[in-house]
Structure formats: structure tokens, C-alpha cells
Unconditional design. Structure first.
Length: 109
């Protein structure tokens, strides 16, 4: 009798350091993927859109007593990519990084 495959092995590049990682996706969705962290899909913007964004000027907004600035124009992504990070980047730079598009255009000063 053939043994049922319990997990699928996929290889992904880390979005931060580019390192290859092997991720195990279990057929049982309650089990956590091993070997990498999945952040869902992120938008990838063209250089033209990014330029438009950086030239649009900034607007100020407040949250929890902190002042943030974000671009007035939000770059529209032309495609979406799966965002994966290796454990090193995930645990090492969790709070310091922002994905390239959408809310990501916010930065603090
Ligand atoms: Zn990495």
C-alpha cells in the first residue's frame, strides 16, 4: 500500500537575504510550516510607480502618540509575490522592516 504523503517540500528564496530555504507544508493545515515563515503576498511595484510615489510628497499622521510620514501617492503593484523569510531574518529583523508597497510606504522620523 502506498503511504500517503504528509507534507510537501518546497524551496523558497528568503525575501531578505536571498538564501534558499526548504519549507515543509503539511497536508494537515493545523501543523505549522517548518523551515521558513510565510508572510502572505506582497505587492511588487514598477520603478515608474515608485518614482511617482517618491515625488508625490509626504503626509503626516499620528498613531499611539508617534508621528509617521507616508507618501501621498501609493504605488500600485503590478504583481504579487509570495513573501518568505528564513528563520534568521524573521527572528533577527522582525520589528525594523517594512514590505515594499502599501502600508509599507510609512516610515518614522
Ligand atoms: Zn534570510
Amino acid at each position: 500500500m502506498k503511504t500517503k504523503e504528509l507534507f510537501r517540500k518546497i524551496v523558497r528564496d528568503c525575501a531578505d537575504c536571498g538564501k534558499k530555504m526548504t519549507v515543509y507544508i503539511y497536508a494537515d493545515k493545523n501543523k505549522i510550516n517548518r523551515g521558513g515563515h510565510y508572510f502572505g503576498k506582497i505587492g511588487i511595484c514598477s520603478k515608474k510607480e515608485k518614482d511617482k510615489e517618491s515625488k508625490s510628497g509626504t503626509k503626516k499622521w499620528k498613531m499611539d502618540g508617534h508621528t509617521f510620514y507616508s507618501y501621498k501617492y501609493e504605488a500600485k503593484p503590478y504583481k504579487y509575490l509570495e513573501h518568505w523569510e528564513c528563520p534568521t531574518c524573521y527572528w533577527g529583523s522582525r520589528n525594523t522592516k517594512f514590505p515594499p508597497c502599501n502600508t509599507s510606504t510609512a516610515f518614522s522620523r
